[in-house]
Design a protein around this ligand. Sequence first.
Ligand SMILES: Nc1ncnc2c1ncn2[C@@H]1O[C@H](COP(=O)(O)OP(=O)(O)OP(=O)(O)O)[C@@H](O)[C@H]1O
Ligand SMILES: Cc1ncc(C[n+]2csc(CCO)c2C)c(N)n1
Length: 280
Amino acid sequence: MMFIPSPFFNLSNRISRGVRKLATMSLTSHSSSFLLPNLPTDDGPSLTYALVILNQSLPKFTPLLWKHAKVHICADGGANRVFDELPGMFPHEEASEIRKRYKPYAIKGDMDSIRTDVLDYYRGLGTKIIDESQDQDTTDLNKCVTYIRDSLNPEHPNLCILVTGALGGRFDHEMGNINVICCFPSMRIILLSDDSLIQLLPSKHHHKIHIHSSVEGPHCGLIPIGMVAGRTSTTGLQWNLDNSEMRFGGLVSTSNIVKENIVTVQSDSDLLWTISIKKD
Ligand SMILES: Nc1ncnc2c1ncn2[C@@H]1O[C@H](COP(=O)(O)OP(=O)(O)OP(=O)(O)O)[C@@H](O)[C@H]1O
Ligand SMILES: Cc1ncc(C[n+]2csc(CCO)c2C)c(N)n1
């Protein structure tokens, strides 16, 4: 298979040589540069970030993600977290000032967890309130991603949705959050906690993952989802896969270690990529 740049870079993902057309596979770059104080421009496509805040303790790097994001959306009770926890991250400033500075653009969900005082407060600041209590079949995260997809022009190929509070906590919620990234395979969605991140690597691309060792790694994993992953090959890991099969009940690449600044992954199946996030 040939590695050539993907449509994310606005280049053709097909190449023809004379009369013979070679099957090619586009290459998608990934980088956790949103965890750095400043966004570099030389390690992948320049992305536009949206931040979705779920109803779990805010990671300590939330102000950094907020700064990098162009739009900020709370999933239902996620708004309680912004209201309650963000002022504590700035102990020398007035809570009311911090709450005005960190005003969500929208709050969306079935509204069974947001407190009335928090709802009234943000409504008063002009936050859009989108009550979808009639929908009891999709999670609040799904509702938020749908909103971003439908209203914020994510046809833009360089949109990336960062989701805080997605991991740890209740296992059914965690699995629901992972299911959301599988429901939107063509969107870049990154699930975050203080300890790790998870994203989908769709099989229709080859993947080049830039490792920022100051903020992430070395622990990582590649995990098949929903089906047997027949053949996966990697570079840059301590235990690389070489056309290996992965399945639950057999080999799943957990407790792996990043060894190089770039990890490459190609597979015939969609995989989850996870990497640890460093504590300062
Ligand atoms: N303990 C948890 N672990 C992981 N994710 C969570 C947890 N609690 C909440 N979330 C995430 O935050 C979102 C909003 O949570 P909230 O408590 O407001 O609503 P919920 O009624 O518990 O969730 P839902 O309505 O989606 O079932 C959830 O949809 C889920 O994505
Ligand atoms: C088969 C099935 N299982 C669970 C739920 C419950 N559920 C799933 S998402 C959601 C909304 C939460 O905001 C709720 C209540 C369902 N509807 N269908």
